[in-house]
Write a protein that binds this ligand. Structure first.
Ligand code: SF4
Length: 235
């Protein structure tokens, strides 16, 4: 993974200003034109992934797409994956952790997520991401400001200087309602857990439903642990 960021923070800020009022499609198209095969969309099979996979298929179908499989995803998530792969002629590249769930239990003890979720996320999420970003200049994510307080200042274009990439966040200003409107308008397959009290969906052991009273979409993730991000988007 390069640690030289391909654009300066000043250029990123200027571009973020320029794209703030423009449609998400424009930013996806620009990313493909500017970075080509050095850009990657990462996919977690949540509702934002449904939107971005569809959008990419329309405006930049050749862009690299990477999906992560921690081995601990919900059956509904695997079903979403299957339906999206069937529908879109996109090549999804799958990256898995170095250790299987069983291998991790043998090496680090059973149910590591209960004792040290940061270490578990480090092995099952962060390391695969860093593998995906190796040699890349731009990383397209589905982050939205509305999702949580940790994301409320997200810009459409940011510099991730630790990883040496430009983060491109075409949906940063989208509300949950915008996401659903797009999914329904285009009839896009989506993760049905969203219909059952799961506004944000990760691994089975660390995701619970919320009753709809939470302002924070990510309230059901790592509930009761104080952890709110898996380390993919933290600094
Ligand atoms: S979300 Fe939980 S189970 Fe999944 S990688 Fe992180 S700690 Fe492990």
């Amino acid at each position: 993974m390069s640690t030289v960021v391909p654009i300066s923070p000043d250029e990123a800020a200027g571009l973020a200003d320029e794209f703030e009022s423009r449609p998400a499609e424009d930013l996806v198209r620009w990313t493909a034109e500017r970075f080509g095969d050095r850009a990657v969309l990462t996919c977690s099979w949540q509702k934002q992934s449904s939107v971005l996979v569809h959008m990419l298929s329309e405006v930049a179908p050749g862009l690299r797409v990477v999906e992560f499989d921690t081995g601990l995803l919900f059956p509904e998530t695997y079903d979403t994956r299957k339906r999206l792969i069937e529908r879109y002629p996109i090549k999804f590249e799958r990256i898995e952790p170095e250790l299987t769930v069983e291998g991790q239990a043998a090496a680090h003890g059973d149910r590591l997520w209960e004792r040290d979720p940061d270490a578990c996320c480090g092995m099952r999420k962060v390391a695969p991401l860093e593998q995906a970003l190796r040699g890349m200049d731009a990383w397209i994510t589905g982050i939205r400001r509305e999702q949580s307080t940790t994301r409320q200042n997200a810009r459409k274009i940011e510099v991730d200087d630790r990883r040496g990439v430009v983060k491109v966040q075409p949906l940063a200003d989208w509300t949950s309602r915008d996401v659903w409107r797009y999914i329904w308008r285009h009839g896009i397959p989506y993760n049905t857990l969203h219909d059952h009290g799961y506004p944000s969906i990760g691994c089975v052991p660390c995701t619970t439903s919320v009753n709809g009273t939470h302002a924070d979409e990510r309230a059901g993730r790592w509930r009761g642990t104080g952890k709110i991000e898996c380390g993919l988007h933290g600094r």
